[in-house]
Design a protein around this ligand. Sequence first.
Ligand code: CUA
Length: 309
Amino acid sequence: MENTLQSVLHPGGWDAAIISQFAWVMFGAGALIFVAVMALLYLSLRRQERPAGALLWIGGGGIAFPVVVLSALLGWSTWRSAQLAPQSSHGALSISVTAKMWWWEVRYRDPASGLEVVTANEIHIPTGRAVHLGLNSADVIHSLWVPSLAGKRDMVPGRVTSLTLRADKPGIYRGQCAEYCGAQHAKMALHVVASSPQEFDAWLARQARPALPANSPVLERGRTAFLEQRCQACHTIRGVAEGARLGPDLTHVGSRMYIGAGLLRTHRATLQGWIADPQASKPGVFMPGSPELDAETLRALSTYLEHLK
Ligand code: CUA
């Protein structure tokens, strides 16, 4: 189900289909014209004398032809662009996305409880419905780009921009920050998970719940380690320690596919490596390592985080 191609040419929604059509028409027409020009060049180099009607070739091929082709492209693309989804939140599901160096904070409003649901690096959307993303940045300029679903949109500090997504079929669509934003720009990925409206509603309801209880000695030890290590200075786990917004909300971190913004599959082992030394896999990331943690505590902490589904 995962669409790992991250490709404009494999659209998964309405807007992306229009954009991929642009890409194919540009490429197709460009290729045809290129071949025709090369053929004419070959013929002209083979001839010795100047052909009759040379001026006609220059005027026709150099002026009239580009004017006609470019005007046709302009007309067609203007007509087609008007069919892109309107950038409006009216009637759409609204989600706010904040770009931070180098991850994505994603916020929903749970319709049942009115609670704010915060997650990271994963945007869940229902299929067949316009989703309005309100975008901003907490630090520098980033750009959200999920090529299989929509065009790019810059995320600018101090300003809210928006992007409408619509996925027509369920799937996992990879996206990437598309504006250079510092050392780990390349490792600032995200995934859009499109599922049926029922599955989406169930997912949102699960995310709105507080964190699962630590119902075994090792989980309890992990929870205690989270607090003792002062992880809550940057991370929130709803029901355990709330308020911090510097790092990703970890209330349901175990339910997410990746940690480190698309970097590592979520698993006890990767969590353990990440907590011990995040700089090893993402140099420059703002999370400090924990070299002083003993192996057993580290294991309990990562087991606890993996348990937070
Ligand atoms: Cu964020 Cu590049």
